[in-house]
Structure formats: C-alpha cells, structure tokens
Design a protein around this ligand. Structure first.
Ligand code: NAD
Length: 284
C-alpha cells in the first residue's frame, strides 16, 4: 500500500499559495542532496574527497581542466568510478515526483540541476526542460574541442571499481577518434566558465527572472550559477522554498523572503508532498 502523503506545514502551503497567484513557470533547482537517498555521496558528505595515490584532495583541486591536462589517467579513473556509481544508482522518490510533476505541468515546469548523475532524465524528466548546468557523466566530448559533438560514455565503464587505474584498452576507448586527443567527461570544471550551448547559462538566468516559484533542493551553494539564480528570484520577491537537512546561504535567503520558507529535511521526505500540492488540480 502507498503511504498517505503527510499534510504540508502551513508555512509551506502559504508559499505555494503565493506562487499560485503569480505568473510564470515553477522551477526546481537541485543539487547533490537530491541524489543522496539514491546512494550517491554529496561533496559535503563523508566521501566528498578524491584519493589519488596516498593523498586526499578536495574536489575543487582536481575537478579542473588543468588537473586533467597534468594527470589525465588519474582524473579519468576517478570519473569512471563516479560514473559506475551513478550507473548502479536508481532514481529515488524525489526524482520520480519531479518527473510526475513535469508530466502534469508541462511547459509550466522547469528543472535546473547541478547533478551530473543523469538521474533526473532516468526518472523521466525531459531533456528539453532539464537544464544540466554542470553537464552529465553519461556523455563525453573531445578534450581538445576538435568538435562540439557529445557521445555516450562507452558502456564498458559502467562497472569501474574505485582506485582501478586505466589500462591501454581504457585509454584507447577514451581517445578522440577524430584528432587523437583525450576524450573528457562532459562536466563543467571549477576553472571553466558556464555557457549557453553546453550548460544552459542564459536559459537558467531567464527562468530565474520569470518563475513564479523556485524550489531549491539539496545544494550547499558552493557554485556560482545556482547562487545567481536564487539571488535573482530572491530580489524579485518571488515565492521561494528550500529543502535541505542543513541550513545554507539558500535557506538564509528563504528565511529573509516574506514569500519564502526553509523546509528543514530530506528531499525524499518533502519533495513528493510539495510536487503533489503543486499539481493537485492537474490531470495526470
Ligand atoms: P554539496 O555536496 O555541496 O551539498 C549537498 C547539499 O545537500 C548539502 O546542503 C546537504 O545538506 C544536502 N543534503 C544532504 N542529504 C540530503 C537529502 N537527503 N535531501 C536534501 N538535501 C540533502 O552539493 P552541491 O551543492 O550540489 O554542489 C556540489 C557540486 O558537485 C555540484 O556542482 C555538483 O555538480 C557536483 N556533485 C554532483 C553529484 C551528483 O551528480 N549526484 C554528487 C556530488 C557532487
């Protein structure tokens, strides 16, 4: 039997009510926290470091183009392990609720995600209404940019173990067949810039300027575009919810907004009920 959805707190309902009276799409902005209940560690959590040899690094040190150019094999080995972890994970209740919400709201729904795990698309959200602003590990492209083409990550890497070094076969599978340079994961690194073509920068800012509600789920605010999106919405005084077990700069913005609310808790606990309330009067 499916458990009944718990009633929403009146302060959350008040924000949804304010959104209802406004125009524009409903936008969800998601981070690593929404995938935590699928078993994928966040960067803030206990597994939020990279091990290369005997040293631990912060993601900011190694998730860079310059680190990739100086030790491509080591950086690839870490990404292949992350890719394999994402492949073995499944969308959770929160992902599935957002897919159902898109089905019900259609063009009134938009999803901006920092996650590179592809779980929103696997849950059923459409590529057209999902802005993957930090890319997607399911895809690779030429590191030398000989072409903008994105191709699927070779399937053989779906079971890559942690710490396994690249062998000749793996290196060959990760070589651009056009120019002979390395392929790279299709992700935005810390020393690179957002753009529209690959990462939907302008589109994300445009929805921030137009939405009737922003729901921020499971992100700590360590990256810039999510901050710009949230700040734009906060400055407009539009309805604003933040779902996260921990306070963050986003929850401070929600608390300071008369139409905002910080929902302190897990995505799986609150996102389905919020999605349900947003689509209560819509046909499935
Ligand atoms: P972060 O690790 O900095 O922050 C995670 C946030 O999620 C924290 O605020 C934490 O309190 C919250 N959280 C933890 N469990 C939660 C739950 N069950 N429900 C709701 N919230 C929960 O992650 P970030 O802000 O997304 O930034 C990290 C960067 O790293 C992003 O650029 C992202 O692309 C990348 N990243 C992606 C993944 C992924 O694709 N799944 C995982 C780790 C990191």
């Amino acid at each position: 039997m499916i458990p009944a959805m718990p009633p929403l707190d009146p302060s959350i309902s008040a924000v949804l009510h304010a959104a209802d009276a406004a125009e524009g799409p409903v936008v969800f902005l998601t981070g690593a926290g929404i995938s935590a209940e699928s078993g994928i560690p966040t960067f803030r959590g206990a597994e939020g470091f990279w091990q290369v040899g005997s040293r631990n690094y912060q993601p900011q040190e190694l998730a860079t183009y310059s680190a990739f150019r100086s030790m491509p094999g080591e950086i690839w080995a870490w990404y292949l392990y992350r890719y394999a972890m994402c492949q073995s994970a499944a969308p959770n209740r929160a992902h599935l609720a957002l897919s159902e919400l898109e089905t019900r709201l259609g063009d009134e729904f938009l999803l901006v995600t920092q996650n590179v795990d592809g779980l929103h698309l696997r849950a059923g959200n459409s590529a057209a209404r999902t802005y993957q602003i930090h890319g997607n590990l399911d895809l690779v492209r030429c590191a030398g940019a000989c072409s903008p083409e994105l191709t699927r990550m070779p399937e053989r890497f779906a079971t890559w173990e942690k710490g396994r070094p690249l062998d000749d076969e793996a290196e060959q599978a990760l070589t651009c067949t056009r120019c002979g340079d390395w392929l790279r994961p299709h992700v935005l690194w810390f020393d690179e810039c957002y753009d529209e073509e690959r990462y939907r920068f302008e589109s994300s800012m445009a929805v921030a300027a137009a939405c009737r509600l922003l729901v921020v789920v499971g992100t700590s605010g360590a990256t810039t575009l999510p901050m710009h999106v949230a700040t734009t919405v906060a400055q407009r005084g539009a309805a604003f919810l933040v779902v996260d077990p921990e306070p963050s700069s986003f929850s401070d913005m929600a608390d300071a907004n008369p139409r905002g609310c910080f929902v302190q808790g897990k995505a799986g606990e609150f996102v389905p009920a919020i999605a349900d309330a947003l689509s209560a009067d819509r046909e499935p």
